[in-house]
Ligand binder design. Structure first.
Ligand SMILES: NC(=O)c1ccc[n+]([C@@H]2O[C@H](COP(=O)([O-])OP(=O)(O)OC[C@H]3O[C@@H](n4cnc5c(N)ncnc54)[C@H](O)[C@@H]3O)[C@@H](O)[C@H]2O)c1
Length: 472
């Protein structure tokens, strides 16, 4: 079998696939693929190239015939060539008989369409039909089967739609009789074959280690670093990816429209933009936390919106940023509503840790809203020193709004000397800085003190009903 080179030059040695590791048996598993569209046809071709025996299923006679004859049903580079080789090597067959295909194989990949429903949600028609048919096949099987869900679906679909349909039609039980995982598809149409052999990532969501190992072993030759997660997180990551891609396209195009109106070459701008791998194309700013603030982001977002209006350029994405930021602050207020009338303490006041900059701090805005509602508040921030320099900033912040002006007048009197004093004198603590000192203080807080965590103090959330996060 040939070696395949990815566009990035990565060479994949298919011989490296260890045939003995597949947990369902000593041989490579046979795989059925339900739905021979853009996703399913590529799976058929590429997995057959890795040596798997593939059985394709579609309701479309034309697609079944094309695959059976080794022809690509879609325009996709290298697909026809790999399908033809698979058919010639007797590793590819196709049928309209879903039940027979499932019975004849060990693993089933489901890649039927999930179009938009009339209400804007997901149309489950094809997923339900295919799941029921898989169940009918499992009713006739004695050996354990693995179902690999590849359709893009709302989180919860695999466990709440696919599994119940299979169980009802088969009379069998998830875990005991069959395994299920969600394995999102990240390949780009046009270069899907190349992406298959050098994937951006391989994600397997499952609650069952046996299924996880089985699916990981299928991908071993192309990706040894499979990311395992829950089924719901795997479902969600696919949506997050595509919404992010859409956001990037919309952002680039908004920058482009504004640049054009200003006579600036947008590609000059974005070529420089993408060179920044530290802040621009990086995990920075992408982890959920509290609202953005500080002396730059809100000011510059407003400035760009303003320039666009003067230029007569419509930038809905940029215009929405302050709206979504405000919604995040409003969410913190909402989460504190059940604690109305209680004393609320704030750990962290400045717009981020390790600075004394109060300008446009979202915590200041949150404190101001609560104060205006008559809430008893106090705060501690190790970087606030009420000297002449801070007074200048306080005067500046006063101009933001009447509620922030009221807070600024009282701020010094609300500040306590340390985190322990704050925690000893509040019923709810709101943490906006993920520092080691605040993490320790919160962990050792007096019994009964509730926490609203705006900063994700720790990766692993405490199993504690007095602890709530803003976006996790
Ligand atoms: N196209 C992409 O690049 C891409 C990428 C990632 C994920 N996805 C997701 O993968 C899924 C499939 O996408 P696609 O673009 O390949 O769709 P597609 O419409 O090209 O193919 C779906 C196929 O499923 C067949 N089908 C429907 N019901 C069936 C049934 N009961 N039994 C057998 N076959 C059946 C259809 O006839 C069709 O050929 C969707 O959920 C999609 O969101 C697509």
């Amino acid at each position: 079998m040939a070696m395949l080179a990815s566009p990035e030059g990565r060479v994949v040695d298919e011989q490296a696939l260890d045939r003995s590791t597949f947990v369902l048996g000593t041989e490579l598993p046979a795989i059925s693929v339900i739905g021979l569209g853009y996703v399913g046809a590529v799976s058929m071709a590429c997995l057959s190239h890795l040596g798997f025996r593939m059985v394709g299923v579609d309701v479309s006679f034309e697609k079944v015939r094309a695959i059976s004859e080794g022809r690509s049903p879609i325009v996709e580079a290298r697909l026809g060539e790999l399908l033809a080789a698979g058919v010639a090597g007797r590793l590819i067959s196709a049928t309209q008989n879903l039940v027979a295909a499932v019975i004849d194989t060990d693993v089933t990949f489901m890649s039927v369409g999930t179009p938009t429903a009339k209400d804007g949600g997901c149309d489950y028609t094809y997923v339900r039909q295919a799941s029921r048919a898989i169940g009918q096949a499992l009713a006739l099987k004695t050996s354990r089967h693995v179902i690999v869900m590849r359709c893009s679906v709302p989180p919860g679909t695999t466990l709440d739609v696919v599994v119940p349909e299979i169980e009802a039609a088969s009379g069998k039980k998830l875990g005991r009789d069959f395994g299920v995982c969600f394995n999102p598809e990240f390949l780009r149409e046009g270069v899907a074959v190349a992406d298959f052999f050098a994937p951006p990532k391989t994600v397997v969501g499952t609650s069952d280690p046996q299924t996880a190992a089985a699916v990981a072993s299928i991908y071993k030759a192309v990706d040894e670093n499979v990311i395992f997660t829950s089924i719901e997180a795997a479902e969600m990551v696919k949506y997050a990816d595509n919404v992010w891609h859409a956001t990037k396209v919309a952002f680039g195009n908004e920058v482009g429209r504004l640049c054009k109106s200003l006579g600036i070459d947008s590609h000059d701008v974005m070529d420089i933009f993408v060179k920044d791998k530290k802040l621009n194309l990086s995990p920075y700013y992408l982890k959920p936390g509290f609202a953005f603030g500080g002396s730059c982001l809100p000011k510059e977002v407003r400035a760009v919106s303003h320039i666009a209006k003067l230029q007569g350029v419509n930038l809905p994405l940029v215009d929405s940023l302050m709206v979504t930021n405000d919604a995040h602050i409003a969410e913190a207020v909402r989460l504190l509503e059940p604690h109305h009338g209680k004393r609320i303490g704030f750990l962290g006041v400045t717009f981020k840790p390790d600075t004394d900059d109060l300008r446009e701090s979202p915590t200041i805005e949150l404190m101001a809203r609560l104060l205006a509602m008559g809430t008893t508040i106090s705060a501690f921030d190790p970087n606030l020193d009420f000297g002449p320099l801070l007074r200048g900033q306080i005067d500046y912040v006063k101009h933001a709004s009447p509620t922030q002006a009221e807070l600024m007048d009282k701020l010094e009197s609300l500040i306590v000397t340390d985190a322990e004093e704050l925690l000893a004198n509040c019923d709810v603590v709101v943490v906006s800085h993920a520092t080691a000192a605040f993490r320790a203080a919160v962990a050792h807080r007096p019994a009964g003190v509730h926490v609203l965590d705006l900063a994700r103090l720790s990766r692993d959330l405490p199993d504690d009903e007095t602890y709530e996060g803003i976006a996790w």
